[in-house]
Structures are given as C-alpha cells and as structure tokens.
Design a protein around this ligand. Structure first.
Ligand code: SAH
Length: 470
C-alpha cells in the first residue's frame, strides 16, 4: 500500500487553501462540506470563494502567500498556478509537519484526496494512488450504481438506534446477526426504496423482538470456493464468507481466498492427508456439528465444488440427521476452471459429445475405473487426483482400445498464478511428466479436445510444456 487511508475530522478546524481560482474553489468546497474553517490566501479571490470562506468560519487574505499563512493549519491545499509557489508551500508544510496537497503535482503532496462516493454518513473513498484515474472513475461509477443514494438514509437510521440496540441485545454475535438481518432485510428494503417511516416502524419491531427472541440458531454453509482464482468465487460464496463466525478450510482453498473471509472469523485448518482420510473426515463432521450447536455460523469452505469429489454429501448428512440447518453453495469445479483457463473446451461438436469426471485415486495401488466405457472415443475424460495413477490410467485406456495418440493435458495449479499445462498423448504423457517436477494440485484432461488448445489458449503467463501438436 503506497498510502495509508484515513478519514480525518476537520469540523471547525483551520484548513488553508492557497489560490483564488476555480480549482481552489473546488477544494475549498470539499473542505467546507466536511465542516472545516477554510482560510483562503491569494492576491485575487473569486467572489464565491470569498463568501464560502467567510461562511465556513474561516477568512480570506487578499495578498501573496507567505510561509506563516499555514501556521496552525491541520491541512493545506496549494492550488496556485505557479509551480514555484506550490513548491514553496509544499516545503513549508513539510517543515511544519502539516499534511499538504498540491493540486495535480503528486510529487509535492504528502496526502492525496480520494475519489468518493458520498452516502453520508456512509462514505466510500477510493484511490488508485495516481496509477489510473480512469479506472478509478469507472469503479466509482459502478459503486454509485450499486449503492443508491438512499443508502445514506439507511446508515442514518441504523446510527439513530445503535445505542438502544446495544442495550436490547447484549451478545455481540447476536447483535451482529441482528444488524445483518436488518440491513439486508425488509427494513433496508423500505429505507432504500424511499419509505423511511415504514423502515423505522419495522426496525422498532425488530428491536423489540430481537431483544427478546434472540436467535442463537447455528447453521452450516457448505461453500465451494472454486479452483483457486478468487475472481471465480460466486457472489453468494463471498457474501457468506463475510458473515461467518468460524471457517473450516483445507489445502485447496488458496490464501487469497481465505483473505476474503470476515477478518475476525475463527479459522480452522482441517487439511487432510491421504492416509488419514477416514478418521479425519469424522473429525470434520464432528467439528461442524459442535460449532453449529454452539450457535455459530459455520462456513465449510471447500476447493472447487463441494459436491464434486468433495465429500460434501457426507459432511451435511450428519447435519441433516441432527437437524442443523445448512445451505450448499456450488463452486466452479476444477474441471471447469482448468478447462477454461487452459483453453480446452470440454465438449465440441466434432470431437467430444460427452464429458466424464472421474477420480484417478488409487485403491490398493490400483485405479478402479470402468475401462471399456472410458476407452470409447468421442468423449472427454477429466481425471481428478490422477497424478499418482497417471501411468495406470494411460495404460488402462490404451489396453481397452483408446487410441494411444489421444492427446492428454495435465494442468498444474489451474487458474492460479503460475498455472502450467503439460501436453502429450496417452503413450508419452508419463514420460513428459517424468521429465519435470510437478506440483499439486493437478488435473488431467484426456481427449481430442485438447488439440483445440493450440488455437484457444489465452492466458498470459500460462507455461506450456510438451509438444503443442499431439
Ligand atoms: N471439489 C473439488 C475437487 C476435490 S478433489 C472440485 O470440485 O474441484 C481434489 C482434486 O481436484 C485435486 O487432486 C486435483 O485433481 C483437482 N483440483 C482442484 N483444484 C485444482 C486446480 N486449481 N488445478 C488443478 N487441479 C485441481
């Protein structure tokens, strides 16, 4: 982070603007809106700016700037059209430890003013640190659309009853849930749609009920986190991630994604080692149950989709038996994520009329699959957990009649930074993979569709190994 963002209280505080033109006016207006006593210094000052300074409780000095003008100021803005004067102001402010902003000269600033979406008392401040003003503007436009102006109304309403809610609902978790219910439910709806009286009425009813019938019911959210790229999370996943009290996660959930979970949610790592599976799975089921029973909102975050080779069904089966409420949120499964990011369509009218997801997991050192079915041409096979059994899989398919020249892609760390795709054929993929060091997780895509990658690979930085044309 190049700048440390803060909101600063300048109500009734001396702030100095040097310059008397239009730019100075805009800066002075912004300061005055936040309640500053604006003092303006310039040999000539527009009439409206003079007025603004007086009304704000500040004043004007109709003369050239002198260093002592900024004494005692909390903030200084230099908006003159002389570079020399601007530089002198900046130096004087730095010497006095007063934050200074020089319009359009970032190198002379010790603070910058963010672009804002003003829904006071709710204010969203944005900055690109000067990197891209246009990007910033586009983002702001989006936020403006996302938060209708009535959000200010909603924030004010919430603020007006904050104390009474604190008294009515003493448990902090219960209070947070209360607010989430209020701010996402009918109260918010009424406020945002411009019916403040109705909103108030509903809110009062909620407070009365919320205090008495405190909702201590825990629940579990079984959420798919996708294959790794945080941009591939669903909106629902993100929303629940930001509301959880505790999160249980494992190996496949990337740190970037975990970062998006509510900061003060407790994080429990339940990563599994292959050999300990059976025991650990029961342990996870028990943990889910325990936390939900304690009234917490439990996020069970799983890589990809929870219902694709994710044991999601087993985890919620226990909950269903015990009567614990739960939700299941799908995620982008590794097959979809890897296929898209490697430029390999899973089906294609000419090459593959169907696609199968199978697991290449070894049991007693064998891959147990229905070989005759899988060896049929005209289909794509996606193999999860297939690295250890790669040789057995390639041999099994060929032995049952699949063309040994059938292309195979092994996608390593699909959708993540450093994604790598190793391309070969059924008869040489083992050698291709043996020639390099491969890191988990990896996914195999087998079928003629792999050839389409020659034309469709699109991801920059995607490292390719092995012959492109199989
Ligand atoms: N529920 C998950 C799959 C869990 S099984 C899903 O829907 O994606 C774990 C296997 O998924 C790994 O062994 C690997 O084969 C595959 N996998 C998961 N994420 C992956 C990724 N980012 N890149 C490649 N393979 C991945």
């Amino acid at each position: 982070m190049d700048y440390f963002p803060i909101f600063i209280d300048i109500r009734g505080v001396r702030c100095v603007v040097i310059g008397g033109g239009e730019v100075a006016l805009r800066k002075a207006e912004a300061l005055a809106r936040a309640g500053a006593a604006v003092h303006v210094v310039a040999p000539e000052i527009r009439e409206d700016l003079q007025q603004l300074a007086q009304v704000s409780g500040g004043g004007v000095l109709l003369r050239g700037y002198q260093a002592e003008d900024i004494d005692g100021a909390r903030l200084v803005v230099a908006a003159t059209d002389s570079n020399d004067v601007n530089r002198a102001i900046s130096e004087a402010a730095v010497a006095r430890n007063i934050p200074v902003n020089v319009v359009d000269q970032p190198e002379l600033c010790t603070y910058i003013v963010p672009s804002i979406v003003d829904r006071s008392p709710l204010v969203i401040a944005l900055s690109s640190g000067g990197a891209s003003p246009v990007l910033l503007r586009l983002l702001r436009e989006r936020l403006e659309r996302m938060f209708p102006s009535a959000y200010g109304e909603l924030a004010r309403l919430a603020g007006s009853v904050r104390d009474s809610v604190r008294q009515a609902i003493t448990d902090p978790d219960g209070r947070r849930r209360f607010w989430e219910r209020v701010l996402e439910g009918p109260v918010a709806e009424a406020a945002i749609s411009g019916r403040p009286d109705r909103a108030r009425e509903l809110l009062d009813a909620e407070i009365a009920a919320g205090g008495a019938v405190e909702d201590r019911g825990g629940e579990v959210w079984l959420v798919g986190a996708g294959p790794g790229d945080p941009d591939l999370l669903t909106l629902k996943a993100l929303r629940l991630m930001q509301r959880a009290d505790v999160v249980l996660h494992d190996n496949l959930v990337s740190p970037e994604i975990l970062d998006l979970v509510r900061r003060d949610a407790e994080r429990i790592y339940v990563g599994k080692r292959r050999a300990l599976h059976a025991v650990r799975q029961e342990g996870i089921n028990a943990l889910l149950l325990e936390h939900a029973r304690a009234g917490r909102r439990v996020l069970r975050l799983k890589g990809g989709d929870p219902f694709v080779f994710g044991r999601g069904g087993e985890e919620i089966a226990t909950l269903a038996v015990e009567g614990i409420p739960f939700q299941v949120v799908p995620g982008i499964t590794a097959a979809n994520g890897c296929a898209a990011y490697a430029g390999i369509p899973l089906t294609h009218r000419d090459y593959a009329q169907s696609v199968r997801f199978v697991t290449g997991h070894l049991k007693d050192d064998k891959v147990n699959l229905n070989w005759p079915e899988l060896a049929e041409p005209g289909q794509t096979l996606v193999v999860y957990m297939g690295l250890v059994g790669l040789e057995a899989i390639a041999e099994g398919l060929v032995a049952h009649g699949r063309d040994p020249r059938t292309p195979v892609a092994l996608i390593e760390r699909g959708t993540l930074p450093g994604q790598r795709v190793i391309v070969g054929t059924l008869d040489d993929i083992v050698a291709q993979v043996a020639a390099t060091e491969v890191h988990a997780p990896t996914l195999l895509i087998i079928g003629d569709v792999v050839r389409l990658r020659d034309a469709l690979a699109w991801r920059e930085g995607d490292v390719v190994t092995g012959p492109q044309r199989a």
